[in-house]
Design a protein around this ligand. Sequence first.
Ligand code: 0O2
Length: 257
Amino acid sequence: MTTYLPPDALDRPFDPKDFNPEVLQGQYQEITNLLLASHCGIKAIKTKLEILSDEMQLQDRRNPIEYIRSRIKSFDSIVGKLQRRGLPVTVEAARRELFDIAGVRVICAFVDDIYRIANMLAAQNDVKLLIVKDYIRNPKPSGYRSYHMIVEVPVYFSNHSEQVRVEVQIRTIAMDFWATLEHQLNYKRDVDIDGEIAKKLRSCADSIANTDREMQVIRDMVDQLDSSADAVNPMKVMAHVANIVGASGIDQMGRSK
Ligand code: 0O2
């Protein structure tokens, strides 16, 4: 099972002691390079997403991204996946065959935010879109819904640059709620949950998808009211901008301090 790092984890140096020394087998430098590249790939993608979020907040006066989490696949999980696929347990095989060593999870407010963010990210010149799996339009048999993209971004080091693959999972708060609980209850357990329990989980996933659709309809109705409201107050707009960019010279009412 992979562990999601706390939000500040990417700002701390890696601790190679986190990884099982027996499996390192002389691949220490390669593993360090792979982890560093994954760490930096995550940073690059997160920065891009944060910039898009800031811009969208200004345009729409609401936050399309609730939060972003990231993780580097745990060593055990990498080894397990290579073994399940009958691949050699080497750094080279992990680099070549595994696309989700670096993972970013984006939690959005509404379903249409997911597609907007995915399209904007994929349209960037230095982002190469390798794979898309749309489990929202085509949910998994379990009921799992999420939008997955494998992208490649350049990372520049002191003496070379590298194309790093990152798996970006984009989902709504509601989809994340279901996936988190289902993961705890079911996903990749040794004992397969099926029959009645699987049916109940699928039914919860369908109800959640309906709620997501309803919430978007309500959001559209509110937007409609908002656009027909009085002309925008420039002071409020300035306060909103200041809030997003963290300008300290402007107070919440838009007045200079
Ligand atoms: P973690 O701990 O989330 O990183 P594979 O990775 O081999 O299982 P594939 O085709 O490479 O399969 O990837 P897939 O199925 O497109 O996406 C795999 C990831 O999606 C999983 O990562 C989960 O995060 C998530 N996922 C997929 N199906 C389900 C599901 O039914 N329930 C839940 N809760 N999550 C799901 P990892 O690496 O398995 O785990």
